[in-house]
Structures are given as structure tokens and as C-alpha cells.
Design a protein around this ligand. Sequence first.
Ligand SMILES: Cc1cc2nc3c(=O)[nH]c(=O)nc-3n(C[C@H](O)[C@H](O)[C@H](O)COP(=O)(O)OP(=O)(O)OC[C@H]3O[C@@H](n4cnc5c(N)ncnc54)[C@H](O)[C@@H]3O)c2cc1C
Ligand code: SF4
Ligand code: SF4
Length: 1894
Amino acid sequence: MKKQATHRIPRPGCRFYVCSLSTTTIVYKGQLTSDQLWTYFGDLSNPEFETFMALVHTRFSTNTFPSWERAHPLRLMAHNGEINTLRGNVNLMKAREGVMESSLFGDDLSKLYPVVEPNLSDSGAVDCCLEFLVMAGGRSLPEAIMTMVPEAWQNDSLMNKEKRDFYRWAACAMEPWDGPALMTFTDGRYIGAILDRNGLRPSRYYVTKDRVLVMASEVGVYDTEPENILQKGRLKPGRMLLVDTLEKVVSRDEELKLQIARSRPHSEWIEEQFTLSDMYAAHEGELTPESPLSVSHVNGTVNGDDSGAMMRTFGGDRRLSIFGYTIETLNMLLLPMVTTQKEALGSMGNDAPLACLSDFQPLLYDYFKQLFAQVTNPPIDPFRERIVMSLACPIGPEANILEPSAKQCHRIFLKNPILSLQDLEVIKATNYRGWRTHVIDITYPVSEGSEGLIPALDRIASEACQAARDGYQLLVLSDRMAGPERLPVSTLMALGCTHHNLIEERQRMKVGLILETGEAREVHHMCVCLGYGADAICPYLVFETMSTLRSEGVINSSMSEADIFKNYCAAMERGLSKVMAKMGISTLQSYKGAQIFEAVGISEEVINKCFKGTASRIGGVTFETIGTELLERHMLSYGERECDMLVLRNPGFYHWRSGGEKHINDPVSIANLQDASRTNNKSQYDKFKESSQESTKACALRGQLELVKLEKPIDISEVEPAAEIVKRFATGAMSFGSISIESHTTLAIAMNRVGAKSNTGEGGENASRYINQDPENNKRSAIKQVASGRFGVTASYLANADDLQIKMAQGAKPGEGGELPGYKVSEDIAKTRHSVPGVGLISPPPHHDIYSIEDLAELIYDLKCANPRARISVKLVSEVGVGVVASGVAKGKAEHITISGHDGGTGASSWTGIKSAGLPWELGISETHQTLVLNNLRSRVVLQADGQIRCGMDVVIAALLGADEFGFSTAPLIVMGCTMMRKCHLNTCPVGIATQDPVLRKKFEGKPEHVVNYLFLLAEEVREHMASMGVRKFQELIGRTDLLRKRDSCSDKAKLLDFSQVLKNALHMRPGVNIVGGSIAQDFGLDNHLDQTILAEAQPVLDGSLETVTINTTIHNEVRAFGSTLSYHIALKYGEEGLPNNSIVINLQGSAGQSFCAFLARGVTVTLEGDSNDYVAKGLSGGEVVIYPQKNLPEDYKSEDNIIVGNVCLYGATEGSAFFRGVAAERFCVRNSGATAVVEGVGDHGCEYMTGGRVLILGPTGRNFAAGMSGGIAYILDKSGDFKNKCNPQMVELLPLEKEDDLEFVENLLRQFHDKTGSQVAANLLTDWPAQASQFTKVFPYEYQRALNQLAEAEAAAQPAPEKPRVEAKPEPSVRDIEDSVTDATMEKKRLEKILDKTRGFIKYKRETAMYRSAEKRVKDWDEIYNMDSVRRGLRVQAARCMECGVPFCQSSHGCPLGNIIPKWNDLIFNNNWKEALNQLLQTNNFPEFTGRVCPAPCEGACVLGINEMPVTIKNIECSIIDHAFEQGWIKPEPPLTRSGKKVAVVGSGPAGMAAAHQLNKAGHLVTVFERNDRIGGLLQYGIPTMKLSKEVVQRRVDLMREEGITFKTNVNVGKDISAKDLQEEFDAVLLCLGATWPRDLPIPNRQLEGIHFAMAFLETWQKKQMGNKIDHTSLTAKDKDVIVIGGGDTGCDCIGTSLRQGAKSITTFEILPQPPPSRGRDNPWPTYPRVFKVDYGHEEVKLKFGRDPREYNTLTKEFLDDGNGKVSGVRSVKVEWTKDESGRWKMQEVEGSEKVYKADLVLLAMGFLGPERYIINELELEQDPRSNICTPPGKYATTVDKVFAAGDCRRGQSLVVWAINEGRQAAREVDAYLMGTSTLPVSGGVVQITQKG
Ligand SMILES: Cc1cc2nc3c(=O)[nH]c(=O)nc-3n(C[C@H](O)[C@H](O)[C@H](O)COP(=O)(O)OP(=O)(O)OC[C@H]3O[C@@H](n4cnc5c(N)ncnc54)[C@H](O)[C@@H]3O)c2cc1C
Ligand code: SF4
Ligand code: SF4
């Protein structure tokens, strides 16, 4: 009746909920405080009204909009916790309805559906399911509870077999409802409680003599005489407490569960379950190992032809591109997984575009962000607390849950969800036990285009439904058929659609869903697939690709297929566990289908069809967009014209890459920011602002918004001054440890100088930084963070903060902990963190003292007590629902909330965490502000936004969305010199920021004033924006969403986004509310705290007027954080030292409230007779705490069998001692770093993460003892001998207690314990000491042992060494060290392989500088000057110097114009993979053999190493790669496979023309190159001399191109010999690459004299002569002449080299400019091209021959002198001086009396070029720019005339070969798009992107 009423009655506007129709229980429900209960429900205070049981639930309401039906208790239960897996549980419950039958209800069963009523809370849903199992499912209440909340049985070897079998059976029937929970339940007969598997809620009980059992979250809620107490207990993880009121018994967990386990033959039943091995066995011999399905025969290569194989990265499998694989996918994700069993780490956060903004056809997975637990429930540490985690799952059809039987077990049990190729084959082929598998093809014909997507989805979903109805047990969704003809629907989409459709049709439980996917491969992909219902996944393409890579030598050939699979699975298991754990989910079975994701940028239509129930707040991509991007990927993979698509694409999603995905921190912005802040230069800052805003537009949501400006801005002087605005700024929580002390203190000094705040991060702060600081250089961080790591959180640390920030989550890796490896823990860090140098420090995820909002409120309160002056802040990370969480936090009395974006930085995290968790702060801030306003809580808290905030616009947008304050992390680091290397996790930061290496730290050059400059420049930008909007005060900006709107000029994809939710004005939702953050103080009620009384009594001791004081009083559980405020006052006055021991002695009686003696300072001793709740002595800071039970308990009360203190005692204690007579609950001494504690037994997870101190446990421990324990020692009294099984052995050694000093220490401690507490256990042990020691086990961490030994050795070494007897010295071996002895090449190779270190190569190896042959030798010939052999020998060492930067500046616009993928090929050369290096090189550069010789290598000028070292040798490596390739015969003509039929004329055959022709030919066009000279090559042929570029090298390339199908026509001067207009007519496009051939002249007296020539005439004539042309060059030779070259550039140098070799008598060059400085000037900062003094080959040669450098600087040529015969005889010159005028412009002045005459027979004018020659320009009537180059729009190549394009020096002006090649390549792309509509020729950086025409 109730069910039917519930289904029928509610309708919109009419809520309906039946509390209970039970005959035995009454449910009183209400939105009431506890006090109101009595007055509201009169019967409760009526004495007539009696009950023998009561279940009461009152709790902190995080939910800001409570409703009656959601209030507790529910019908059968009340619940303190969260069900994290709710969505999956509810979905599956619905799906189960399809397979449920009931003999009891018969056909009426469906009237009970839906089992889970809509619109209930998570607890409400549990209640429905529980009720259903009890009423319809034949389960007793306890059994139903056991089914839904099972213990962690999978990994518990100690568990009784029958119980385990029961759990295994139950798991086949239903997945756990997972999450932290204390569930209490009753049906009128039974009343009980159960705790979740990880024990994440407190639960304490008393059993009394008068037959009362009281269980509550705390002790002290029920007053009774001690004499009446029989037992004091607590619920353990996963355990149940049950009272059967009928039988009048209290059931013990073990007995109760065994009884249930034995109630049916579960052990027999589970025999029917089967595994994959059973299937294999059934098909043994039937399946061939080389089955057609295990190797791809489908579209593996483009064209079966293997001749071009070397051109294909990693085997040339085109499927890789259609599934969006990139080089990064392979290198950064898959290869590390397959080779190391782990995901690789990254650092510095995610600054790449959101998928909904990306132009690179992202996969659908990228739109999904993992949700994570924060505040309302805790994440888990999946590694240290592995015992609770499980990936094992039964899959396949479920049976009717209502009739318990063996049928439930007819499922396959998988250890993890990843299937190998063979597993899938078996599954597909099986008929084992009558099972059948149906394979559904999820591809569709390309011809259907993007419109085909929806019909394909419908077809897949209905095929799946039909198969389920037809009785198939397993469905495989397969994209195997994807290829040239078929498009693969995204596996994720097909899965989501099928899964939801099967649920709707109630068919889901009949089948298991398996994916055969080429698409999913990363951890995140698997998570999303599992989250949307996949049961198992075979990522076949991963395995096949890895096999190929093995055959290509990338993976060690000794690895078998099985190894690859095993390693990949291991890495995947780690990754999956981590992602589940961050949401607090411990079993995969519950994670499956739970949809724990938020989508960013997916439209409602897609969500509704495929991902129903997923939050997607801003709309976004539609089926059409997804379909179009799929088609584009297909075109890039299987396009008819291959162009440059044979090499796998690398758009640089992880590391910035030229031409690839934009990153917020791109090289231009980084360089501009550094320059602006160092020079405090506004115009430079404006450049930064512009570049930064551009990248933000491409990457972030805020980039899609713009400000609503006034037509006329207000006067900026009216706007609040910058000095006020900067006070709202803070630096992010970057701890000393993740960054160096130098950078940490620089930030602190800077922030203190401007009245802003720096943040310690979780690494603590040394007291020396906050005591007695110089005000100008104050190193104190105003914000002190308190994280789960609790490093060095002492009373004094807390007392000296302005803000205390609780870190709930970190933007880059929410829900995850971290780890500082031992090698990074220097002495300083160890001191700061109160630990031991060299011992690793693990930061757990925040669940050790924050299980719930109540616990967070407690921590807030504790911290407030520990520093009443400090503002308490809570750091959250943006995700859907963060607004509600923040409201809860505000209600929990936080005064400040930080909302971090997903893109925040980090020292180290797996890429999955960095890229896939958390959401943009724009969503988080707006949601939080709106929710706080709606709840009228906004005035109580200050709101901070944090995450990649870099410029004023970011600040203003954050403020308009609701933020008051702003956190900056990455930007200040960049200001201090960070170049976004993303090497923080390797300790190799080359600029000394994120490193602890003393050598690298010395390189730190950051200055506080730079940071100050930056903050002020930024604040000034904020003021400009404010003026533009007419806002005078910053406060007036906050929440003004009306001043923001979406930009009109967004990209097409961004146009789909809907910002209406984000831009809602909160004040419209609740008008008139105070929204001034922090204007209303939170009331902590500290005035009435017991500490105030104590303080008054202890004041004389604090004043120093008394030495000691003793205070006696009572305490009750409402007194929380007792002793913390007292400690604050001590710490404030006496610092870390505190008072002398026992200065203040306090004796108490009663049950103490939570956080008793938290942060107790030295000098205070507190003794409590009674018991206490959670968190006793947390953060103990030198004080002493003694707790023993009441003295008048019954005689048989044994303290060692009863609980005395709750969970998490001594968490993060740093010093002091604690003596507890009795048992402590879970998580005792977690992260203790220095305290000594004695206790008579502990629960699970004891001493977890401990780093120091001593713990003596005189009784049993729980499970998982010492997990993550890296330091300190524990001594365990192990009477039953089972401690070994309970200890986590990963990091500790178990030893006997037998060493003298240990025995003495323990004995001493026992005595103290006995004296202080009267412990009987201690007394018994002492009676027979040391014999009793044999029962003890010493737990001694390995790392700690090593560190202590090292310390001892260091101490011993510091002592003077005793005289040693003289020993006869052994003769030195003739070979001392293999490194010194090796001479021959093979040995050398071996040696290098052994020792070469790429990680620290840049520190270890010097740059090789000798690149040329010796000058003496080379001047004697005309051969190339390079010493190729020597260069190649040292190449790997040089490559090892390359750091593979996260932002490789060498590739940036300051570096290589082609965007050569330098870090990649450097790495490949280091790994001796020359072929692959060649592939990478040819992706960007058509002619590396030219650039490798003649390029002046701007890349090296921009190399990051060049900041403080010699840069990496890039050019030589480039040249060696291509030369080696030619030598090996790898370079062969590669004509295009198809021809487009279009004809293109290229005029001019210099590097621009050649590159363009090469690219256009690849694209299939017929290319004809016209050259007016007699040979092809432009200046490469006739310009650059043979010494720099051998003409054979040029000819070799020309020949290749000819063979590829390009037609070269020489001696055709277009515009003269043939008409340009004719070409325009005849060809489909004409590309002009004419060069800048018009030389600059020197119109001074006597210019007409004979012997004065343009340099080009001189060089060209000679080169033609060298080529064998019949030419008279006598008048133009330098032989025996005095040569003067005017102009000091490259051309000048070539004239020098040529003249010298021709036999000139003397050579001098004139340069009008001054000599460049030896190192970079202030106006020439890194990474700009270094304008420094260089000695080129010609200069060196002249100096050798004539004894002096030929260059004369500051020299102006005034006149040529006539020899009287019309020939030049000399040059008259004058010195000049350069000064700057008032406007900063350079001015030249002649120096009087400095005239000089130089003798000259030959004068060469090498002063550059003025542009292209005019005739062709005039004929075609092309527009010219002011510099007389051919005019095209910026970044484009089309001229003003149709069909005509221009590239190279004729468009750009006189430049370099590398630029000419780049121009040619890019112009070709534009021409191709013009001809074909689109082009897939690559952009700069070699990245293939689809270019549209126009
Ligand atoms: C002496 C010298 C040394 C240099 N050294 C270096 C160096 O070491 N490193 C470096 O990076 N750069 C160097 N440069 C610069 C570099 O050579 C040029 O920037 C580059 O060659 C420009 O390429 P381009 O294809 O645009 O033009 P060019 O190489 O100048 O080629 C243009 C071609 O177009 C042809 N042409 C012009 N008009 C017509 C027409 N109407 N019909 C048919 N053909 C026509 C010309 O004959 C010429 O062959 C040097 C330049 C000179 C002059
Ligand atoms: S082409 Fe020039 S800039 Fe580019 S990598 Fe080679 S040497 Fe460096
Ligand atoms: S060459 Fe220099 S800038 Fe480029 S990746 Fe290597 S170290 Fe970084």
C-alpha cells in the first residue's frame, strides 16, 4: 500500500512521503534541532509513552535546502555518511527489476516498482532498497544490511571461509552501496548498527549492568555511574552491533554473521561461479594462438606497401590516428605503463584547452572530469589502505535477487576489468555452460557522414536489447571494423547509449557489456567506460601497438605479450584504484555504472541519449559536432591525399608544442611575463596581457567572456589604488619541499612587502622564519596550511599565522595525497617537517581526521581554539555541488573558502589526476557565490579563486563571478624564473625553483621585487578594467555578473556553450542579502570555553610570576579542543620551546569532548580520569596527556579490553607524550612525527604514515598496522602471535625486542606508564622483565633504519679518526677506472650506455663547442668547414643535455621558426633511435641538410638551458640525423600516391620555393618550378658559399625532388622570358618565391669606381666558376688584393671566407654599429635571439692568417678613393658614436678627428637587400608593403591578386633559410586549401590540422 501510494500520489507541486506504516515502530521525522524535538512531538515527553528501544538521529545538515522526506530517520534506518556510488546503485536497482520475480507478490511485484523512489537522498535510496530486501527479498534485516554494506572481504585472508563465501555469493546478487557510513537500523525487533568497511565514522557504546546498551557517535552522551558500566566498546570497520529485543541478546558480530553465512549453502553455491580460466579450459585446443582476431588485419596500414615504412612513426598503423592516439599517448602514457607498471608522473598542472574548446578533435572522454570526495566524505589512500580496495567483479547476467539460490552465482568472476586479446577471443567464441556472446559492430559507413551518428547509436542500442531478449549472456561492443570505409562511433558513446537503453528496457541485468575498443586506453578512459556501465574492456589497439613497438625495438624484445598485458594491467589497476579512491569508493563493483563524472561542454541532447543523469552545466558539443570531429579524424587518418599524415600527430596536449594545442603558459607569455616583471615595464606587461588573454581564449571558460564596458571609461584616478587591490592577493599553497627554500622565502618576502599573503603549503614553516623578522625582508608566510600531511603543525606554527588554511583538496589532484621522496628530504626540510633527513614523507589524502562535514567543523573549531586571532580558511576544489559543500563549510564556521580550479599546479601527480579531475574555477566560484548568497551565508566567508590566474582580466572575471580574493601560483613562479619545465617531480628544475638540489638551487635568480612589480602591474591592469566598466571600488565588482557577457567572437565550438547558469546574478535569487564577504563574524563561542578558566588560573605561570600551578576540575563531552587555547598563549609567548615540563598540571574527571588536548604545548600535563572521544592529543606539541578509566569501575572491568579513547588520536603529533590505559580506536598515531605514546591496544591502521616518535602498544592491534610508516619505532605486545598478519609489511621490518637500548627504553616507558595510569598490564610485564620482552615485536621502518645509520656514520665521520696502523699501499691498478681507460669505439659506446644520464645530463655534461675543422686546415680548401666526425662522436652526450622541457622554448617563436621537434629528436638520438629521430625531423623540416649547416640556430638562443649555461647543441644533432639518413640510404624519392590534377607554378627556387614545391607535390599537385638562374637553389646555390653548404648537398635534394615528380625549369626569368600573367592563366595557382634580391647600395662619392661590387655579384660569380661555368671572374677575384667588405652580417662573413681562400692580401670589414656585448644586454633577455659578440668561421680564419679580427665596428664609410684610373684605391671612413635621445631612440654621431683611410683594391657591398625586384610585381600589379615586400595579410600568403601567393624573402624581407623553408611550407598549405577546399598539410611544428580555405 505504501509503495503504491508513494508512486501514485506525488505529482508536481505535491510532495508525499510515508514515514512508516509499521505496526512496531514509529518514525518521528522533522526539520528540527534536537531541543525542538520534545516540544514538537508531545508524545515524546509524555511519561505514559514507553519504549524499550530508541534510535535517534541528529546531524549537521550540509544540505542547505532540507526537506521533510529527506530528514532522518527513514523507515528502517538512519545513516551518518554518504553513499558515493548512489547513481550506479539506483540505476542497477532499476535494471534489476527486469529480472526480478517473487512467489510472494506474483504479478503484483511490478506494483512495487520502482524499488527506489525518485527524489530521495542517498540515505533514502538505501532505505528503499533495504526495506525491499527485507519485505520482498527473503532477507532478515541484518542479512540485508550485510549484503548492502559488506566487509572488506576480498583481501582478508584471516576471514572465516564461510563468511567469505557468503559475501562472495552476495556480491553476485548485488554490488555494495559504498561510502563512509555508520548505519543504524531497526525493524522493531532488531536494533543495530554497522560501520563501513574502512571504519570512517566514529561509533562508541557502553553496556551497563542495568541492561542498557547505548551506542552513539561519542562517549559522554549518557550519564551513568562508573560502577554501572560493564563494557566500553566501539564498532570496528565493517562490523555490526545487533540487539535482538525478542531474544533479549546482544549479538556479537562474528557469531551473527556466521549464523547468517550458514543459513544457506552459500559455499556450495559459489562453486557454480566460474572464471575465465574455466572458459579457457573448456575451449582448450580449439583456439589457435594466432587467431585472426588477435592480430589486426583490419586496415592496419594505409596501403599494404611497406616501402615507406620508415616514414611512419611506430609502424604506421592508421587506426592510431582515427582513435586519436598521439605521440604523447604512446610516450607519456602507454609506454611507461607497459614498461614500469605505473602511470608516468607530470607536474605543474593542466593549462591546455578544455575539450569543449579544443580544435584537435578530442575524444569524448576528455569532456568528462572525475568527481572526487571532499568534506562530506573522505577519499581513500588506495595504496596504503589497499586492504579495503577491490577490483574483482562478477560479470554477466544476474539472477532474480528475491530468491536466494545458486543461480546468483552463474556469473564470471574477473579479477580486474581488463581483458587480453586472447581473453576476448575465448569470450567471443564460448559456449561454455550454454553461454553465448553477441558482437555488435559499433562502426558505420563513412558515406553517412556526421548525420550517420545518431542512427548508428540507435541501431547499436536496439541490437543490444534484442540480443538480451534473445538470451545472449555477453555483448561485445566492437569498433574493430573501423577503417577507410567505416567510422567508429565513440566506444564511450555507444556504451552509454546501450547501457542506459538496456536499463530503460529492464534488460541490463541479463547481459554483461564488454568493450572491444581501439579508442579507450588511458586510465581515465577506462574509468569513464566503467563509470558508464562497462563490465570488461579489451583495449586491443594498446596490445597490438605495443607488440609493434617491440618489433621496432622501442620496447625491450625480451618482453612477451603476456608481460605487456601483465604490466599494463598492473598499471591500470593502480590507476583505477586511485580514481575510485579519490571518490572514497573501494570496490569496482560499486564504481561500475556509478557515473561519478561531470561533463564540461556536452549538450543536453548527447547527455540525455548517452549519459543520462550526468551534470553538464554549460551545454556544448552536439551530435553534429562530435560527428564532424569524427569525420575529421577519419580524414586525417585515411584521407586520400596522405600529405604529412604518415607520422603520428602530436598536438602537445601534455607538453606545449609549436603549432599544437594552445597552452595558457605558452613560451610567448612566459617570456613576456618574465621580462615585464624584471624590468617593471608597462608596455612589456601589456604584451604579456595580450598574449595571455589570447591563450586564455583558446583554453579556458573565462576566455569566452568579456566585460561590459562603458562607452566612456571613468577617470582612472577615481579607481581604488593598486596598493589596496594587491592586499587581496595571495600566493598558492606551494610547500617548501616542493619548491626550494630560496623561492619559498622570495615569495613570502614579496607578499609581505605589499601587504598580501603567502602560503606555507603543507610543508610547515621553520620557526626562524616567523620570529624576529626584518620588516623589509620578512620571510613569514601569513597563511599557514594544515593539510592531511600535517607536517610540522605545532602549537607555535599555528599561533603565528594570520590565516590557517585547511587543505581539503588540491586543484591539480583533488582527492589524492602526495609523496616527498626520501632523496628530497634535506636536513632543512626534515627540520621544518619535524622528521628525519632522507626519510620519505607521504601525504595521505585528507581522510584521517576529516571523514565528514562534522569532522571538518571540528578541525575548524580546533584551529580557532589554537589561534583565536587567525582566520580559518578551507581550500576546496571546483566540482558540481561545491556550492552546497561550501555552504556546509560556512555553516561549519569557516571564515574563508578557497575554490581551486582543476588547472592548479602541482609538484607531482599522475597525468590522469592532473588532466582529468576537478573542474574550472569559473564554475566553482559562481556556484559557490550563488549558493552562499541564496543561503545568506555569503557575508560570513571571504571567497578566494585560485588556479592559473595570471592577469588582471582573470582577476576581474573571478571577482565578477563572486570572488573576493585571488590566489596566484604558477605566475609568480614564472616571474621568479620558472619556465614550465614540468620537471618538478624529478628534482631537476634548472632554474632552482622546484628542486632541493644544492647545485641547482644556486641557479635561482628570482627577486622579491620582481614579484612585487608583477603584482602591481597586474593590479594596475585591474584598475584599467574597473575604469572601463565604471567601477570605483573593488568590492563593487564582486558578484556583478551583469558586467560580464559571452564574447561574440568565440570559436564555433565555444559558441555552443551556454553561460546562463554561470552568469546568474545571485542577488536576483535572494535580493537584499549582505554579500560582503567576512563582514559578519562567525561565532565560535570561545568566551565560555573551559580553557578561559584554566587560562585565568595559569596566568601567573604564563607571566613568569609562578613556576608551577595545579588545577583540578571536571570535564564533559561538550568541551572540545580542551587545552588548545592555553597552548596558543604559551606558544605565542614562548615559541616552539614552550614552558618547562609540568609547569601547568591539570587534573580532570569525566568524558572529554573531541580533540582533547589538541596541539598541547610543552609545559602542560593533563591527566583525565574517565574517557575521551576522537582526536585526543592531535598535533601534540610537547605536552603530556594521561588518561585512565574511572577508579570506581566494577572490579572485573579490564582496561585492556575496553575502549578509552576514540579514533585518530595523536594524529600529526610532533612532540610530547601520551599514556592511555585502555584501548584506542582506529588510526592511532597516524603521522606521528615525534611523540611518545603508550596504549593497551589499538584499532585498524595504527601508526599509519608515522615518520618519527615511539609507540608502545600493550595489546592487540587492528589490521593494516604501519602502512606508509617511514619513520619512528613501534613496540607491540603480541601475545597471540598474530601481529604479523595484521601488519602492513611494505615499509617496515619486524624485529624481536632484544637490543639493550630498546629493552631499557621500553622498561622505562612501562614504569612511567604504570606510575601514571596504574596499568595492570604494565605491572604484570614489569614483574618479569626482560623475560617478557620476548612477547614484543619491534616495528622498525626500513627507510628510518637507513637514515639513522647514515646519521650515525655522519656523526662518526665528524669525530677525529683514530690512528690506523700503517698498511703497505697496494700498487695502483694500471687501469683505475673503466671510464678513464676506454679508448676504442665499442667500449666507449658501452661505457656511455652504462653511464649516460639524461635526467641530470644538463648538470653533468658540458657542451661541445668545437664544431669546425681546424682553421689552419680548412682555409686550404673549399670544402665544408664542419668536423662532422667529431660532432657525431659526442652526439649522445650532447643529446643527454636536453631536458625535454615541458615548454621547449627551442621550438617557440623565439626559437626554431619551423617548430622543429627538438626535444623529441634529442631524446631519440639519446636512445640511439635514428630512424625515428629522422621521422620526427622530417615532420617539420623538408631540408634539414640545409638548415643543419647554414642555420644560425635561433633555437639554441632560446634553449632553456641557455638561461644559465651553454645551450644544448641542436643544430649539429639535426645535421647528423639527416646526413646519417642519407648515408644509410633511408632517404628515397617518395612520389605522392594520388594526384589532384591541379597545377601549381612556383617562381623562384630558393629554399622557400623548394619547400613549397616539396609540400605541394606531397599534396598531389603537379608542380613546376621556374628559376631564372641556370641552377636550382636560389641563394643556397649561388649565395651561400661551398664552405658552408656543399653544392652536392643542394643538387642531391633537387634530384630527389625531380624524381618525386616536380618539374624544374631553369633559365626562365618570369616577367621577362615569359609573362607572369600567362602563368596565372595556365596554372591553378602561382606562388612567388622570388627572394629579396635587390641589394642595398651605398650612394657616397666615387661609388662608380671600378672595383666596387655588390657582395652577391662577387659570391655568385665565384660559385658559378666553381660549378664549372665558363665565366670571366678576374675583375671580381680577391686574389692579392686589399679587400674591404662593407657590412658585417652573414653575407659579409661569406665574402671574407671566400676572399681569404682566393688569396686576398688583406681583409677588413666595416660595421656601422657598435661591437655587441659579450653577454646578453638588459634589452636582449632570454629567449630572444642573443645579440652578443660571436666569432664566425671567416673571422677566425682571418685572425689566424693576419693576426687580427677583420671587423671594424662603429665605422662609417664616407667616400671611395680613386686611384686616378677610375679604379678604387681606398676607402675613407670615420668612427661614429651611438647614444640614445630623450625618446629613447638611438642616435649616431661622427667622432671628430677619427677619420681614417683604408687601402682597398676590392670593395664588396654587403649591406643587405631592399626587397624583391619589381618587374614581376609590376606586371601582376601586386601590392607592396612599406618595406617594398610583396604584401599579404598577416600570417597569410595570398597576395592581393587572385591565384597568386608569395612566400620567402620576397614577402618577409631579407631573412634566413629556415624562415624561407617555413614560409614555403605554410604557403603551400594555404595554396592547397585554396585549391582543394581543405588542407591536411601541417602547420608549423609539423602538426597536421585541417586547414580550411580562406
Ligand atoms: C651570401 C648570403 C649568405 C647567406 N647565408 C645564410 C646562412 O648562412 N644562413 C641562413 O639561414 N641564411 C643565409 N642567408 C639568407 C638566405 O639565403 C635567404 O634568406 C634565403 O635564401 C631566402 O630564400 P628565398 O627562397 O626566399 O629566396 P632566394 O634564396 O633568394 O631565392 C629566390 C630565387 O628566385 C629566383 N627568381 C627571382 N625572381 C625570379 C623570376 N622573376 N623568375 C624566375 N626566378 C626568379 C632567384 O634567381 C632565386 O634563385 C644568406 C644570404 C646571402 C645573400
Ligand atoms: S632549423 Fe635552425 S632553428 Fe630550427 S632546429 Fe635547426 S638549427 Fe635550430
Ligand atoms: S633543446 Fe633546450 S629548450 Fe629545447 S627541450 Fe632541450 S633543453 Fe629544452
